[in-house]
Design a binder for this molecule. Structure first.
Ligand SMILES: Cc1ncc(COP(=O)(O)O)c(C=O)c1O
Length: 399
């Protein structure tokens, strides 16, 4: 019997990033010496003091249901952290805890868009955005950004808005490109949307991973008249190397937050109680938390500064310097060799001939590109570069 999977789920695509990671894991299990550059998570361990706080939470018996919006101490800690760190003026009624940034995004979209609405998504996009929109029966309307080096502009948004447009989803720092939208431009983008009554969901999952001279910016600092239209989706996953803990949050106007809490009360209910406790306490210990983030950022920067010039030396690779996150986005459209019709061919070739797994850009709406994660050790990066250089310098010239 074929299981009659629902239409909403049947039309979903399996995450291309997870699929590539799975291929790497399978091959490794079969004994191959695989280098996995698909990983979208920090290779660091969660800071010790946060682990200790979770244990403290357990010992304090914070092990029961919490309010669906999260523990009071959690929503207060988020509001307080944003006030201290960024000067934002957020009420605790505007904060809801979620099971990671992904659920924050899911909650935000599902509580706003209706069947038939248009949702603007700049290309390249994180794979999950169109899937959530699709799930809600709304339409993803993509905005091309290559002309502006993959950095969304207010002008592009203005041109894309129609009467059908309900929401814009922006992700800066960006996965997969590493591009960062400057604070002035982000403000203009939100002004254009507010003027037209369009809501904005800002995915700030990589908030702190920005390399100078680019600057960290959260839309949570915008004035009230703009914030009325904005939902910030935040996450602890990448910031504190806590991907498995599943905790994030939304910061949105009170009515939007109420709807989010209502929806969540019928799904996950809330993220794990003692995880909320640990995160709340960690945010209170801001200096320690920020020191942990700085340490990781310095390591990512070191890798980036070494990796990108090395990638540029590879025959057929073109790569912009990422300003944030931990991904190199490589343009392989001019890769010499008959066999490379699409970027997936290059990814397959790398896998088969160099045992190096990368993510094909097509899943991000960017055929012709590859995403290479540098959330892995320098040793792995050096090995991967050497393999790729040997491969493309010796073989592609003859294919
Ligand atoms: C752009 C972006 N947003 C959101 C997420 C969700 O992360 P999490 O659900 O672990 O917080 C990810 C994870 O890869 C991401 O890359």
């Amino acid at each position: 019997m074929t299981f009659p999977v629902s239409e909403n789920v049947a039309k979903m695509h399996t995450s291309s990033t997870l699929k590539a990671g799975q291929i790497a894991a399978d091959l490794r299990e079969r004994g191959f010496d695989i280098i996995d550059l698909t990983v979208g998570e920090p290779d660091f361990t969660t800071p010790e003091f946060i682990k200790d706080l979770a244990i403290e939470g357990l010992h304090k018996n914070i092990t029961k249901y919490t309010p669906s919006a999260g523990l009071k101490s959690f929503t207060e800690a988020v509001a307080h952290f944003y006030a201290e760190q960024f000067g934002a003026n957020i009420s605790t009624k505007e904060v809801a805890a979620s099971c990671g940034g992904k659920q924050a995004l899911f909650n935000a979209v599902c509580t706003l868009v209706n069947r038939g609405d248009d949702v603007l998504i700049p290309k390249p996009y994180w794979v999950t955005f169109p899937e959530i929109v699709n799930f809600c029966g709304a339409n993803s309307v993509f905005i091309e950004t290559e002309k502006t080096d993959f950095i969304l502009t207010a002008e592009q948004v203005r041109e894309a808005i129609t009467d059908q447009t309900k929401l814009l989803i922006v992700n800066s720092p960006n996965n997969p490109t590493g591009a960062v939208i400057a604070s002035d431009e982000m403000r203009k983008i939100i002004e254009v949307c507010a003027e037209k009554g369009v809501y904005v969901l800002t995915d700030e999952c990589y908030l702190f991973f920005v390399y100078p001279p680019s600057e960290v910016f959260t839309s949570a600092v915008l004035p009230e008249d703009l914030r009325k239209f904005v939902c910030v989706a935040g996450s602890f996953s990448k910031t504190y190397a806590m991907t498995g803990w599943r905790i994030g949050y939304t910061i949105a106007p009170e009515e939007w937050t109420n709807a989010i809490v209502k929806l969540q009360s019928h799904s996950a209910t809330h993220p794990t109680s003692f995880v909320q406790y640990a995160c709340a306490r960690a945010m209170e210990r801001r200096a320690e938390s920020m020191a942990a983030v700085s340490e990781m950022l310095a390591e990512y920067k070191k890798r980036r500064d070494w990796l990108i010039p090395e990638l540029r030396k590879i025959n057929g690779f073109r790569c912009a310097m990422p300003e944030g996150a931990f991904y190199a986005f490589v343009d392989v459209r001019e890769m010499p060799g008959e066999k490379f019709k699409v970027s997936a061919d290059v990814a397959d070739y790398l896998l088969n001939e160099a045992h190096t797994v990368v993510t094909d850009g097509a899943g991000f709406g960017a055929n012709g590109f590859l995403r290479l994660s540098y959330a892995t050790s320098m040793e792995n990066l050096e090995k991967a570069v050497e393999r790729m250089r040997n491969l493309f310098e010796s073989k592609t010239r003859t294919v």
